[in-house]
Write a protein that binds this ligand. Structure first.
Ligand SMILES: *[C@@H]1O[C@H](CO)[C@@H](O)[C@H](O)[C@H]1NC(C)=O
Ligand SMILES: *[C@@H]1O[C@H](CO)[C@@H](O)[C@H](O)[C@H]1NC(C)=O
Ligand SMILES: [Ca+2]
Length: 364
């Protein structure tokens, strides 16, 4: 306020009042800002210049339109039954004969990644409750709700290894699903990759300090696993077997979007859904701490900066980390906010946080 007094001596009385208001607003933003940000490095514009934007994803068929609400993740089990967890708390299934089943209600608005389990049924990540097993009869049981005495929050994706271990991501230990974009704005590594051993009930940290740990997939031989770091625009490979066991390296980086879920394809390659992290024209926000504080304080501004609702892309990547192809809906005409891509019998099934259907695309 000394500054205010000093400045007001040089200004007419009324502008002193205006200045006080401006100062009050600035103070309000910095004091009440929910984030303590670092700068974010967006991918180089050169990323994937060799793979031009296309409109392939606009050709999807809409499966179950109106039946599913924001199905974040999709899986098809070995019997050909498609499963998805919806934003209104259902696990819904699509049978081979084309009929939908409202299988089981989990009473949760925070269901994310799902995976099939050898014990029968599926395991689902609930960003509020932890890891939930839904058995073959549709009965839910919480498998893991606490880690080291703290509630497990923001479990994002999970995969089961042959030995029964569950590898799963915690997107952020600071922010919740509801305000995930604050994690992007803060741009600090609050994510983890954890391993849960159901026979000993032990949970251990595989990788810490990840930048929004998201999709998790195992390779076909389970010699490595991949974890996606959404706003680092990269995926890491962590070796489980062989000479490199225990080591972690970059699998693919400088992606033209933030990697969300990743799924193993039948031939050993991977499908990665890419989020548009920033809407066009708002990139500057990520390079200014003041702009980050301002945006983070006003939810309506966050909606403008978040580009996820504007387009969709999925990437096909070989087991060697080399890009095979990219499929886009560049203006979000049919698909946006696509969060997962699962290949089954020559088709790609797409989950999204902005759809009331599962996208289905024949692969040529
Ligand atoms: C499943 O639930 C939806 C609403 O979520 C409802 O419209 C539909 O009729 C239900 N289907 C069956 C087979 O019960
Ligand atoms: C649990 O706490 C111990 C002691 O602080 C730590 O070494 C370990 O990594 C923690 N485990 C997890 C899964 O957070
Ligand atoms: Ca996810």
């Amino acid at each position: 306020m000394a500054l205010f007094g000093f400045l007001s001596r040089f200004l007419p009385p009324f502008s002193g009042f205006v200045l006080a208001c401006v100062l009050a607003i600035v103070l309000q933003i910095f004091i009440f800002s929910p984030i303590s940000p670092d700068l974010l490095h967006l991918p180089q514009p050169s990323s994937l210049a060799s793979l031009p934007t296309n409109t392939h994803l606009q050709g999807v068929g809409k499966v179950g339109e109106g039946v599913v609400k924001d199905p974040e993740d999709v899986l098809v089990d070995e019997n050909g039954v498609l499963h998805t967890a919806t934003r209104d708390g259902w696990i819904k299934r699509l049978h081979r004969d084309g009929s939908w089943e409202n299988w089981t209600m989990l009473n949760s608005q925070t269901l994310l990644g799902i995976t099939a389990t050898r014990r029968g049924g599926i395991i689902v990540c609930d960003a509020e409750k932890g890891l939930i097993w839904v058995d073959e009869d549709g009965h839910p049981k919480v498998l893991l709700s606490h880690v080291n005495g703290s509630e497990l929050r923001f479990a994002d994706d999970v995969i089961e290894a042959l030995d029964g271990s569950l590898y799963f991501s915690v997107a952020s230990t600071k922010f919740s699903l509801h305000n995930w974009y604050l994690d992007v704005l803060e741009a600090k590594p609050h994510g983890q990759l954890l391993k849960f051993n159901p026979s000993s009930s032990q949970t251990s940290i595989v990788l810490d300090d990840l930048c929004f740990a998201n999709g998790v997939a195992l390779s076909r031989d389970e010699d490595f696993l991949i974890v996606c770091e959404t706003w680092k625009f990269r995926c890491l490979r962590h070796w489980l077997k062989g000479e490199e066991a225990g080591k972690t390296e970059i699998f693919i980086d400088n992606l033209p979007g933030g990697p969300d879920n990743i799924n193993l394809a039948p031939d050993g390659s991977f499908w990665i859904a890419l989020l548009q992290v920033t809407s066009e024209g708002w990139e500057f926000v990520h390079t200014s701490k003041a702009a980050k504080h301002l945006i983070a304080t006003y939810p309506s501004m966050i909606k403008k900066v978040n580009g996820a609702y504007r387009k969709a892309s999925v990437l096909h990547v070989g087991a060697d980390g080399k890009i095979i192809k990219k499929l886009d809906d560049p203006d979000g005409k049919v698909n946006s906010f696509v969060t997962s891509a699962f290949e089954f019998e020559g088709h790609l099934y797409l989950g999204s946080l902005n759809a009331n259907f599962i996208g289905k695309l024949p692969l040529i």
